[in-house]
Design a protein around this ligand. Structure first.
Ligand code: CTP
Length: 397
């Protein structure tokens, strides 16, 4: 997600997980955010402010009564400028203070003074995490409107096993994006299909295509950030499982069809970004096919067209299709839009550099039911995902 124009105040409290806050800072700045870092004294014992200063490009705020910083910025000004305030890692001590309204340092005064959304990413020993005092404090902060990115399970730095490990930087980053995104898809249930399908020949071999699933996953993540309930029906891909999204893994086109049809009634929008195999082997051999003659002929039969099936439903959701073409983009895409009874189709010429499978960008043309055509420039799949959702929002009215 593009965080250009957003100011994030990243508060770093003292714990071994401080090094992960460095990675979070990098993700935020890479997304275009202006990041102001506040470090508690304890945090500076783990990683020096210089690291955060260099990566954020801004001075790090460490003391409440630092005369120069107070004059130039001040904790109130920091609190006012924030679009979101993220505390990562958040120690039991800092959460205890915040829950009880204590404001005796830069961190606590800034959090109390801000009206921006506050996100906590706790990290601590498993027994501290389970302690009733901590549990009550976290609960109190949730009730006050703070968002919490739960810690993960695993081996902790203190040697214990259990819950308490700071969430991964990508997970916290995703939560920050959600805080900054417009909540214009709240109330919508959006089903996205992504990735290729696999049509098996035998237990070892299959027919598939080059789809990486990136476009579909970007759409699913963007829709979730914008407040939609998202169901992601995904073919086999090598992408991280997105958090907070209902993921339905499938392999073949028939499995994808079943997964979509079972869920479509609950959906207001279906976006079919998957590259579905049009054909499957007539026979799947239970045993590995052994090489015999010089040639092997595989007979294929048509797979169901999932999207066309959705277009025939009497009560159908808003339908968005994709068309990956290698020629006559406009003609093929327009024909698919009409034949499948779609509201919109995202067409791209996969022979163009920067478009198509397995790249991070795309060059798309959007065609609408009413004949409108929108030509888009080269952009990242994340940017395109948000743009498609803007148009979906417009079509939903
Ligand atoms: N699609 C589908 N089921 C299929 C084939 C395609 O749901 N069996 C969907 C795709 O997810 C995509 C749209 O239909 O959103 C267009 O897919 P594409 O493969 O470009 O078109 P086809 O209709 O399969 O036509 P062709 O392969 O002949 O270009």
């Amino acid at each position: 997600m593009n965080l250009q124009g957003k100011t994030i105040v990243l508060v770093v409290t003292g714990g071994i997980a401080v090094y992960k806050a460095v990675e979070l800072l990098r993700l935020l700045t890479k997304a275009g955010a202006t990041v102001q870092v506040i470090m508690t004294r304890a945090a500076t014992e783990f990683v020096t402010p210089l690291t955060f200063q260099t990566l954020s490009g801004n001075p790090v705020h460490t003391e409440l009564f630092n005369l120069i910083q107070e004059q130039e910025i001040g904790h109130i000004s920091l609190a006012d400028r924030a679009d979101a305030l993220v505390i990562a890692p958040a120690t039991a001590n800092c959460i205890g203070k915040l829950a009880n309204g204590i404001a005796d340092d830069l961190l606590t005064t800034t959090v109390m003074a801000t009206t921006a959304p506050v996100l906590l990413a706790p990290a601590m020993n498993v027994n501290m995490y389970q302690h009733p005092a901590y549990r009550q404090n976290e609960q109190k902060l949730r009730q006050m409107g703070c968002q919490v990115v739960d810690p993960e399970q695993g081996e902790l730095a203190c040697g214990w096993q259990g819950t308490g490990r700071l969430a991964r930087p990508e997970v916290i980053f995703e939560a920050v994006c959600r805080l900054c995104a417009p909540q214009d898809l709240v109330g919508q249930t959006i089903l996205v299909t992504a990735g290729p399908t696999r049509e098996e020949l035998d237990p070892i071999r299959f027919i598939s295509n080059h789809s990486s699933g990136r476009m579909g996953y970007a759409l699913a993540r963007a829709a979730q950030r914008r407040g939609a309930r998202v169901i992601l029906v995904s073919g086999p891909v090598a992408l991280d499982r997105p958090t907070g999204i209902e993921l339905v893994p499938v392999a073949s086109a028939c499995q994808m069809q079943q997964a979509v049809m079972e869920r479509v009634e609950a959906c207001t929008v279906v976006i079919k970004a998957a590259a579905v195999a049009d054909y499957r082997p007539v026979q799947r051999s239970d045993q590995k096919i052994k090489k015999e003659g010089e040639r092997l002929v595989v007979e294929l039969e048509r797979n169901p067209d999932i999207l066309a099936g959705l277009g025939r439903l009497t009560r159908r959701p808003l339908l968005v299709g994709f068309a990956a073409e290698t020629g006559d983009l406009q003609g093929h895409a327009a024909a698919k839009l009409a034949a499948k009874n779609l509201d919109m189709i995202v067409a791209n010429d996969v022979t163009q550099e920067g478009a198509g499978f397995n790249v991070a960008t795309n060059i798309a043309r959007l065609l609408f039911r009413d004949g409108r055509v929108e030509e888009l420039a080269l952009m990242s799949k994340e940017e395109l995902a948000d743009l498609i959702l803007d148009r979906v929002r417009g079509l939903l009215g």
